[in-house]
Design a protein around this ligand. Structure first.
Ligand SMILES: O=C(CO)COP(=O)(O)O
Length: 255
């Protein structure tokens, strides 16, 4: 079975100006990174900068939106539809980010509906899941991420265009990164869940990436874990160290 290609996503969240965007893209465009055969790089600027970034960015990197509407566009003020992303040739979308789950009240069912709709339109999805600190301390981490994954599995039949991003809420933007062992434990649990509840082939081929305070200093140790197939990076994706995170893919290719 084909090895899972390392995946590095940069989630810029609600940050930046047109000037910042130019600076970040310049750094990325000038960086020497492993080839497309070794690592897939996707950056996710705010919607308003998507055309600009897409136009400026090197051709071996691609772009993702940070959200999209749950079904066909129409009278939904303030929303962006999957059809619009298709129209602008935006190949990826991040869905189910914990900030949207927590702040916008997006339930696992709603997230799963969005994922199913985006996939139906031909958009690839970075699907985010993860437990809160309370849930981890209560020992329910696997139950929580399994339930979030189950909601998705009930609504999709083809996982080819899905990357699963495990992002423990307590690690996001806190500087408190999961240890490589903690990440590996959950990724391994998720892969086993996929074996049992979806199929061994999907479990083997689906990339499970880690997000939460990943930076240039901690990425290599995390990348060395067998079930960590890449990263979804927040704060550090706005800085030059994002290039070091992309380069951590070589930990896998030289393994
Ligand atoms: O939420 C994240 C990526 O989607 C992670 O954010 P930080 O890397 O800033 O912790």
């Amino acid at each position: 079975m084909a090895a899972r290609k390392f995946f590095v996503g940069g989630n810029w969240k609600c940050n930046g100006t047109g000037e910042d965007v130019k600076k970040i893209v310049t750094v990325l465009n000038e960086a020497e990174v492993p080839s497309e055969d070794v690592v897939e790089v996707v950056v996710s600027p705010p919607f308003v900068f998507l055309p600009q970034v897409k136009g400026l960015l090197r051709p071996d990197f691609s772009v993702a939106a940070q959200n999209c509407w749950v079904r066909k566009g129409g009278a939904f003020t303030g929303e962006i539809s999957a059809e619009m992303l298709v129209n602008l040739q935006v190949p990826w979308v991040i869905l189910g980010h914990s900030e949207r789950r927590a702040l916008m009240g997006e339930s696992s069912d709603f997230v799963a509906d969005k994922i199913a709709y985006a996939l139906s339109q031909g958009i690839k999805v970075i699907a985010c899941i993860g437990e809160t600190l309370e849930q981890r301390e209560a020992g329910t981490t696997m139950e929580v991420v399994a339930a979030q994954t189950k909601a998705i599995a009930e609504k999709i039949s083809d996982w080819t265009n899905v990357v699963l991003a495990y992002e423990p809420v307590w690690a996001i933007g806190t500087g408190k990164v999961a240890t490589p062992a903690q990440a590996q434990e959950v990724h391994d649990g998720l892969r086993k869940w996929l074996v049992t509840n979806v199929s061994p082939a999907v479990a083997e081929s689906t990339r499970i990436i880690y997000g939460g305070s990943v930076n240039g200093a901690n990425c290599k140790e995390l990348a060395a874990k067998p079930d960590v197939d890449g990263f979804l990076v927040g704060g550090a994706s706005l800085k030059p160290e994002f290039v070091d995170i992309i380069k951590s893919a070589t930990v896998k290719s030289s393994a």
